[in-house]
Ligand binder design. Structure first.
Ligand SMILES: [Fe+2]
Ligand SMILES: [Fe+2]
Length: 348
């Protein structure tokens, strides 16, 4: 079906298209008056793509659609958020991404739907693997340019830190809701804007001479980095995936404390000050607490109260581990070849 757009003029987004689907979606969202059936384009592209998780065009199209709901990119008009054609395209892209993730991520064994058992299963799933580690590399060997790249790669999520999981708050009930709000209150600074983790990350970016405007580095990051963010947005914004967003948060918190200490140590080794290291230092203690709340009181309580969510809790955790490992692997592989991990080449 052709899309008719009433807005009279187009606005510029802070990033560029990567193929026909992202081009059509971005044009629609930025007020173009052209008539392009991006739903059909998306259907054709998802049928053709060999890997929806690494497809630059599909990942950017879905990222832009979610940016419309977050309000994270200023020029995106709020009255297009629920445009039925854009929602139809989002569903095509979401189904493709979910299908690819469920096919690529091995389904973990299910524990019994009891708090302690669920927490133990999640801690076991998220144990560090013995292979190469991005955080160890940053602690011991990364250059200042590589450290900057790390923040650029992380900025797609971390400048919006906590937002994807907050979609779950109204979708949860009772103990799990209370646990999620307890974690999120910390993420949002406990009432102090300067303590918001996203604001601390923005300070770290500025301390490294980077642009902290949301979207400034979207052109620089590969599809996998966008997919990592799209995955959590998809889990959060679809109520049917409530278990997956809860499992994702549990895995995210369980794999944050020790790497955060290594990132902070690496940044100190490179001579950066507390404006840059504070964000990582804060996460050493905060996430050691958050992982306990997320494992037992959030994921465990949800599994006890809604056992039908258990398999998606474990899937969400496994998907978080898998996709973030792919991203880290991409970065380490590029660096080991002496190349930049960014699409736009090394930052100067
Ligand atoms: Fe945080
Ligand atoms: Fe946290």
């Amino acid at each position: 079906m052709a899309v008719t757009v009433a807005a009279p003029s187009a606005v510029r987004l802070p990033f560029t298209e990567r193929g026909p689907v992202s081009d059509a979606v971005m044009r629609h969202l930025s007020g173009s008056t052209e008539h392009v059936d991006h739903t059909e384009l998306a259907q054709r592209a998802v049928a053709r793509t060999p890997d929806a998780c690494r497809d630059e065009d599909l990942a950017l199209a879905l990222f832009t659609l979610y940016a419309s709901s977050y309000g994270s990119i200023d020029p995106l008009a709020p009255d297009l958020e629920w445009d039925p054609h854009l929602i139809a395209t989002r569903q095509v892209l979401e189904h493709s991404l979910e299908e690819a993730l469920r096919a690529a991520v091995p389904a973990p064994a299910l524990p019994t739907a009891e708090k302690g058992a669920v927490a133990r299963a999640l801690f076991s799933l998220t144990k560090p693997s013995p292979g190469p580690s991005l955080s160890r590399h940053v602690a011991t060997r990364a250059t200042a340019i590589q450290a900057k790249e790390l923040l650029v790669q992380r900025s797609v999520y971390t400048l919006r830190e906590a937002d994807p999981h907050s979609w779950a708050i109204p979708r949860l009930h009772g103990r799990a809701k209370a646990a999620l709000v307890e974690i999120q209150a910390d993420e949002y600074g406990g009432g102090r804007v300067e303590h918001m983790h996203s604001a601390m990350f923005a300070t770290a970016m500025r301390g490294m001479g980077l642009d902290d405007a949301y979207g400034a580095y979207v052109d620089a990051v590969p599809a996998l980095t966008l997919t990592s963010h799209n995955m959590m947005s998809m889990f959060g914004i679809n109520r049917r995936l409530i278990g997956a967003i809860v499992g994702h948060l549990a895995a995210f918190e369980m794999t944050s404390s020790i790497p955060s200490r290594m990132y902070a140590d690496g940044l100190r080794r490179l001579g950066f000050g507390t404006d840059v290291t504070d964000y990582f230092d804060v996460h050493v203690e905060a996430d050691a607490v958050h992982e306990q709340i997320a494992g037992r009181d959030l994921a465990g309580a949800l599994a006890e109260d809604s056992p039908e969510a258990l398999s998606d809790i474990m899937f969400g955790a496994a998907a978080c581990m898998a996709v973030d490992a792919w991203v880290d692997e991409h970065i380490l592989d590029a660096w080991s070849r002496g190349e930049s991990s960014l699409r736009t080449g090394a930052l100067l």
